[in-house]
Design a protein around this ligand. Structure first.
Ligand SMILES: [Zn+2]
Length: 416
């Protein structure tokens, strides 16, 4: 299974260069490329032909405008730049609208032109911004000269709640229009909805509507892997199986180990940031909130705060990770976990090692073997984790606590 890194922060550039063998490609959010155009383009080009796609981020326009205004009532700079890239008057029109007006086709009435601009931005922006004299200095440093095109163009897409939803129709229209407009590279649409939306009838309609694309990305809105019940996991699996049946190659825009398990359903690639965005909600506006410094515990396929990890590995030293980063930092001694706090880049390197290992090992495993392993981990550690003082174990609206999510994963793949 492929691992694609979702680019988020320029401070990670050196780390990504150092660890580039751990990843298969990049996903670059369009608002970052629009706002920090030269530096982002240089980074993409400096990665020496690592395949990439640009996420057009058009779903942000579905949110009430208050979500992306700053305290002064102005559109945040990165969103403003994104608007400018797609349509000269988009920002003005968005600001003038109330939420009730903000429905298709009002804002995107000339969706042909909109699709054209969104595709053009993906095909041309990296090349354009890498051609400046400032950029060429940096590119020389990385001995990178050749700009490559994205491996696919992603049409404008929006979250939908039903197939009768205008947003569903608009997304599909944009996908089909973009395919007519772009010949040089593959066109790969995004299917974006919540798991609960995926009834059998909707799954059938989606696989019919998108079955003639070679590749699709899925984004299951708010698919928080530690709180999603088996019933919703099965719904997502049905969508994947239906798309696979239509011979569509499937990737996910966000995902953690739960969606790596869907390698068994035909998922071919996963993508996420470093230490964050294993899941994402469409109503969160990009650029809000920082990245938590946390440790990925491979056995439970989740992060814990450093202080919680400290408690866990003192209690269960066998959970200390054996990747090269952890061998060097910890050398098997739980007390040394504190050293990760002094150098958070090590948390990132360790995570990328673990993720690579998970993505590689799933290809030689089976649903039965994974289900057994997950159930064993639950049995061995659940009570102990729940008994920790001040546990940052998740309690969700679905009432899934501690490590119970591991059972939900197992049960969604192999009946208990
Ligand atoms: Zn490690």
């Amino acid at each position: 299974m492929k691992v694609h890194l979702r680019f988020g922060m320029h401070r990670d550039v050196k780390l990504i260069h150092d660890e580039k063998d751990r990843i298969d490609g990049l996903v670059v959010p369009a608002h970052i490329l629009a706002y920090q155009s030269a530096s982002t383009s240089v980074f993409v080009t400096s990665m020496h032909k690592k395949p990439y796609v640009i996420d057009p981020m058009t779903f942000v326009f579905q949110n009430p405008k208050e979500a992306y205004l700053n305290d002064a009532g102005e559109i945040r700079p990165s969103i403003q730049k994104l608007c400018d890239a797609y349509d000269d008057s988009l920002a003005k029109r968005i600001l003038a609208l109330g939420p009730e007006d903000f429905l298709p086709p009002n804002v995107f009435s000339q969706s042909n032109k909109f699709c054209q601009r969104v595709a053009q931005f993906q095909l041309e922006q990296v090349g354009k911004a890498s051609a400046t004299s400032g950029a060429s200095k940096y590119l020389k440093r990385y001995a990178a000269t050749q700009v490559t095109a994205p491996r696919a163009v992603i049409p404008p897409y929006f979250r939908f709640e039903s197939i009768d939803h205008d947003w569903y129709k608009l997304s599909l229209e944009c996908a089909n229009k973009t395919r007519k407009l772009v010949n040089k590279v593959e066109v790969a649409p995004v299917i974006c909805c919540a798991a609960a939306t995926l009834t059998d009838a909707i799954v059938e309609k989606i696989s019919k509507d998108y079955g003639n694309f070679q590749r699709v990305f899925i984004w299951i809105d708010r698919y928080v892997q530690t709180s999603v019940p088996s019933v919703d996991i099965r719904k997502v699996r049905r969508l994947l199986v239906a798309l696979r049946g239509a011979t569509v190659e499937i990737e996910t825009l966000y995902g953690g180990f739960l969606l790596i398990l869907s390698s068994f359903d035909g998922m071919s690639a996963i993508s996420h940031g470093i230490l964050y965005t294993q899941h994402k909600s469409t109503d969160l506006v990009p650029g809000s909130g920082g990245v938590p410094e946390r440790y990925y515990i491979p056995a439970i396929h989740e992060f814990r705060s450093l202080s919680q990890t400290d408690l866990i590995i003192h209690k269960h030293p066998e959970l200390i990770c054996d990747c090269p980063v952890c061998e060097e930092v910890l050398g098997g001694e739980p007390d040394k976990i504190i050293l990760f706090g002094d150098n958070p880049d090590l948390l990132r390197r360790h995570f990328l090692y673990c993720r690579r290992r998970e993505a590689d090992s799933i290809t030689t495993s089976s649903p039965e073997a994974e289900a057994k392993r997950l159930r064993d981990v639950f049995k061995k550690y659940h009570d102990s984790f729940l008994a920790l003082p001040n546990p940052d174990a998740f309690v969700s609206s679905s009432k899934i606590q501690g490590l119970e999510y591991l059972n939900h994963w197992a049960n969604a793949f192999v009946a208990s």
